[in-house]
Design a protein around this ligand. Structure first.
Ligand SMILES: [Zn+2]
Length: 292
């Protein structure tokens, strides 16, 4: 007596679901297998590339990013670009950032975009601030706050971490797509849900990353001698700018809930006696001179 396919009673599992489960499992296993210990912070992270790969990727992407945002202003052409470079370098030399494997690879760019209020970091040490954001800042210490925060993203390898998560998200979306593609109406909404989940993964981690980078920026400012209170003023400037008709793009990549401002305030009081004068203090004023 033989038990052929047709005779076997019971559950029939849709092969698509099995394939979907295998794809999802593969993504999850790969993601969690790629664990690295951060060379600076000692934190365990899910990252799929080496420090050298991060540097190479950042260097390759930098000119493309610059071209999309008005282009790089060379320090010889504009004293503001020279100041961005000077303050950036100061935050790396003689601080803990200078002891990181990224120390020799930091580059600080001023971008010729007068409308987009933004600053960002590419993996490996490429750091950018737009003219629109620069021109909103009152003094050197505030510039140090912006650049110190972005240095924090590089040291904590946030972009590399986001990329690994993005890959996981994509694999999981594919899995959902495969698993639901034979349903008449469910497929589309399931794919949308997967996409939303992907965004939520990135957003949730993004907020933690922001606080981590704020703390790191405060530490560098303090180590160099800038008044770390200036970081709070940067947040206030961005918050005020968001009341106008042009939302600062910095806020979409750097969520700024009240809690983040509160965290900076708490940290200033707890670690820095409410904000120290430091040897540089607020540094040079940026309005009414070469810089404006
Ligand atoms: Zn940030």
């Amino acid at each position: 007596m033989s038990y052929g396919e047709a005779d076997r009673p019971g559950i029939s599992i849709n092969p698509r679901l099995i394939i979907a489960a295998v794809i999802a499992l593969f993504g999850i296993v790969t993601y969690f297998a790629r664990t690295q210990v951060n060379p600076v912070t000692g934190e365990k992270q899910h990252i799929a590339m080496s420090v050298d790969q991060e540097k190479a990727l950042g260097l390759e992407a930098a000119p493309k990013m610059a071209a999309e945002m008005g282009g790089d202003i060379t320090p010889g052409r504009d004293p503001r670009a020279a100041l961005v470079q000077e303050v950036g370098r100061r935050l790396v030399e003689n601080t803990e950032a200078g002891k990181s494997p990224y120390a020799d690879n930091f580059h600080f760019h001023l971008l010729n975009d007068p409308n987009t209020i933004n600053a960002f970091a590419l993996p490996g040490g490429q750091i950018f601030i737009t003219k629109a954001l620069f021109d909103k800042l009152d003094d050197e210490a505030e510039l140090a706050g912006v650049l110190g925060h972005e240095i924090g993203h590089v040291i904590h390898r946030h972009s590399a971490q986001q990329m690994a998560k993005g890959q996981l998200g994509q694999i999981l979306s594919t899995a959902v797509g495969v698993g639901t593609s034979d349903r008449n109406d469910g497929g589309q909404s399931a794919a949308m849900a997967a996409q939303m989940a992907n965004q939520m993964i990135q957003l949730r981690y993004g907020r933690g990353d922001e606080s981590q980078s704020d703390s790191y920026g405060l530490r560098l400012m303090n180590q160099v001698g800038y008044d770390p209170r200036a970081m709070l003023d940067v947040m206030k400037i961005l918050k005020d700018a968001s009341k106008g008709d042009r939302q600062p793009e910095w806020l979409s990549s750097h969520p700024l809930p009240e809690t983040r401002i509160q965290q900076i305030e708490d940290e200033l009081n707890r670690e820095y006696g409410g904000g120290s004068k430091g040897s540089i203090g607020r540094g040079r004023t940026l309005s009414g001179n070469d810089y404006r």
